[in-house]
Ligand binder design. Structure first.
Ligand SMILES: Cc1ncc(C[n+]2csc(CCOP(=O)(O)OP(=O)(O)O)c2C)c(N)n1
Ligand code: SF4
Ligand SMILES: [Mg+2]
Length: 351
């Protein structure tokens, strides 16, 4: 299915943005994720955000690692640049691309396994360096692609679909990003597009390291023993002529609640997550207060969502390194090879 493009026929009355594009022009190929996977809702939010911002698709570079979440760039912005890197290595590839060409909008899409386990070091360094990008972690607390092992963001005491208890402490990506110096830090929920779309738009507009942790339920890993919809049950009762994995469609989980309030959301595995949407009068300009606020709410079992911190005058990596303003591929021979006198002067400055 991955090679199948969506039909390009547009309804003539579909709304167009300033560039004359419809929302469909920002789509990718048909998603092969499980029906109801939170990641698909995040792709839809990204499409909406780029459509509303009138972004020319060729100005966007999508980069990802490995995982169901990292597959998603195929399903949105089909006319943009894309690079699917090695597991956990997206941040360094993005950093390199950004340094070579600062004229593109960089969108890093990753998972909690990709960024909080194997890629934790990479995540840390691109945040502390202030790479100008939007970095989204589609956080489901498991390694979805490799069949639901606990990831490093799974809460201590939470249970797998098999009933195994996670004994390790959880890594909170938002607290980490704040501590590491990210200049735009937010958390949202894949089922709350009213909150997520504007957050993505704001993150794209931000000229520094923007991080969004999006809680994104994995619907596949609640197929417990005793269910007639489980893999085991289907395999045992299936007269198979070949071997297929069947994912039963689930309804996407949706949350719609007021700023300042707490909403209890029942996840597919029956557990309840308390989402706390920050109030409109929350001061998002204070990093220390944001960290304390998060810790207090976390102690009460709540997951805080919204724009948690923003530095309105960020400095990005190009500013720290004092790089040339143009993309490197625009530089001519004169700039790239300024001659022996300039080289001699430079060498002398290092002696
Ligand atoms: C170097 C390497 N180690 C391990 C793997 C196996 N692997 C593939 S995806 C994945 C975890 C993905 O989890 P996450 O990033 O949370 O994505 P999700 O599927 O949950 O969206 C792992 C461990 C791999 N592909 N490469
Ligand atoms: S396994 Fe989980 S994360 Fe992967 S596509 Fe299915 S529901 Fe989504
Ligand atoms: Mg995951």
């Amino acid at each position: 299915m991955t090679y199948l493009a969506k039909p390009k026929l547009h309804h003539p009355t579909l709304p167009k943005n300033k560039l004359g594009f419809t929302r469909r022009d920002y789509e990718g190929t048909i998603s092969t994720l499980c029906a109801g996977c939170g990641h698909d809702s995040i792709s839809a939010a990204l499409i909406q955000a780029c459509f509303e911002l009138d972004i020319e698709p060729h100005r966007v570079a999508k980069l990802s690692g490995i995982g169901c979440s990292s597959k998603t760039p195929t399903y949105f912005l089909g006319n943009s640049h894309g690079f699917n890197s090695v597991h956990g290595r997206m941040p360094s590839v993005l950093t390199g691309a950004n340094l070579a060409n600062r004229e593109l909008i960089y969108l890093g899409v990753s998972g909690d396994g990709d960024s909080a386990s194997i890629g934790l070091g990479q995540f840390a360094h691109c945040m502390r360096r202030g790479v100008n990008m939007v970095y989204i972690v589609e956080n489901n607390g498991v390694y979805g692609l490799t069949k639901g092992q606990f990831s490093a963001t799974a809460d201590r005491g939470s249970k797998s679909k098999r009933g195994a208890v996670n004994t390790d402490a959880a890594i909170d990506m938002v607290q980490l990003a704040l501590q590491l110096g990210a200049t735009f830090v937010a958390r949202s929920f894949s089922g709350d597009k009213d909150q997520l779309v504007p957050l993505i738009m704001a993150a794209i507009e931000h000229r520094g390291a923007a991080f969004i942790d999006v809680i994104s339920p994995c619907v596949a890993f609640n197929n417990h023993a005793g269910s007639t919809k489980s893999y085991d049950y289907v395999r045992e009762h299936n007269e198979a002529v070949n071997r297929l994995d069947v994912m039963m469609p689930r309804e996407a989980i949706v949350a719609d609640y007021e700023p300042g309030s707490v909403s209890a959301v029942t996840m597919h595995d029956g557990t309840t997550m308390l989402l706390h949407k920050i109030a409109d009068d929350y001061d998002s300009g204070d990093r220390i207060k944001a960290m304390n606020y998060l810790a207090e709410r976390q102690a009460q079992g709540q997951v805080v969502t919204g724009l948690l911190y923003v530095d309105r005058e960020p400095e990005d990596l190009h500013a720290s390194l004092n790089t040339v303003p143009a993309a490197l591929n625009r530089l001519g021979e004169l700039e790239l090879c300024p001659g022996s006198a300039a080289l001699e002067k430079f060498n002398a400055s290092l002696r």
